[in-house]
Design a protein around this ligand. Structure first.
Ligand code: FE2
Length: 301
């Protein structure tokens, strides 16, 4: 009886007691919980959001000029992609995303100084399209369950941390998950042709990486044994109907809520929702205290 009451209270507070993925309603980020594979949800975004006018501009003003599924700001390269728009429209989109990315980055650095040390801010993106039924190719579809691999380029084992805000004023953004990378890899790694084994790049690969990563967007054309193995698993998940039809957990993120997760370590798919801000950061593997996908794939965990 007591246990049932405790369980009910935990569930009301946002902690999921059943299923492989833990959703936690939180007020501040926690490195430990992220590394354990939790999705940390904030009932209201913990950073100041773009003004109401700027939000409306993102939701409605960009629509005629979209060229890709995301409008993305690359801070390191100082580049905006996904739009073909008059200079004033592009400049406003760039300013909004740049300011948002700075606010999110500062919040996360302040909250997790050790975890974020020497990290690399990746992109700040606005997702303008309805996720349900977009009919994209299987590799590009957000509606299919996957762990992130390669979407932002090679990481060599560094972690992919993503911070999301539902900028839709009236509708939830809905995710599903089949659990953590570790659980899925143990169950399906062999079937997917993704074994454990050495991940050391060859001398030639190391030289190639050093050259391309000297350029601001070099990560996109870089590669490594780790990234190729992760990509193979990512593709297998999206291409395997039996996997996609397996049991999932479902999460709803209300308007103006925010959530964050290590998306290389937790499987996910967005099956419904429109208008979200997504900020990506690459966190050095050496900052991790718990086994990461790299350690599992290299056979060291
Ligand atoms: Fe993803």
């Amino acid at each position: 009886m007591l246990l049932r009451r405790l369980g009910k209270r935990l569930e009301q507070s946002g902690v999921k007691l059943r299923g492989p993925v833990m959703l936690q309603l939180v007020e501040k980020p926690s490195q430990e919980e992220l590394e354990k594979g939790a999705i940390l949800q904030f009932s209201r975004a913990p950073v100041e959001l773009p003004s109401a006018e700027d939000q409306q501009f993102l939701r409605e003003g960009l629509a005629p000029y979209l060229r890709r599924k995301n409008v993305s700001w690359y801070p390191r390269a100082g580049k905006l992609t996904g739009l073909q728009a008059p200079a004033g429209v592009a400049a406003r989109a760039r300013r909004i995303l740049r300011e948002h990315s700075l606010r999110v980055g500062e919040f996360l650095r302040r909250s997790m100084p050790e975890f974020t040390r020497d990290w690399e801010p990746g992109t700040s993106s606005f997702r303008p399209l309805e996720e349900r039924g977009r009919g994209l190719s299987s590799h590009a579809s957000n509606e299919l369950v996957h762990v992130d691999a390669g979407a932002y380029g090679a990481t060599h084992g560094d972690r992919i941390l993503r911070f999301f805000v539902n900028l839709n004023p009236t509708r939830d953004r809905v995710w599903i998950s089949r659990g953590s990378f570790g659980e899925l890899w143990k169950s399906f790694g062999a079937e997917a042709g993704v074994p454990a084994g050495a991940l050391e790049p060859t001398v030639a690969e190391r030289a190639y990486s050093a050259v391309v990563r000297a350029f601001p967007m070099g990560r996109v054309i870089d590669t490594s044994p780790y990234d190729r193995r992760m990509r193979r698993f990512h593709n297998w998940m999206k291409e395997t109907p039996a996997f996609q039809h397996g049991p999932v957990e479902r999460f709803s993120f209300p308007p103006y809520s925010a959530w964050m997760v290590l998306t290389d370590g937790v499987s996910h798919a967005c099956i419904e929702g429109q208008h979200a801000l997504v900020d990506t950061f690459i966190v050095p593997l050496r900052n991790c205290r718990l086994p990461a996908p790299y350690h599992l794939l290299s056979g060291r965990a």
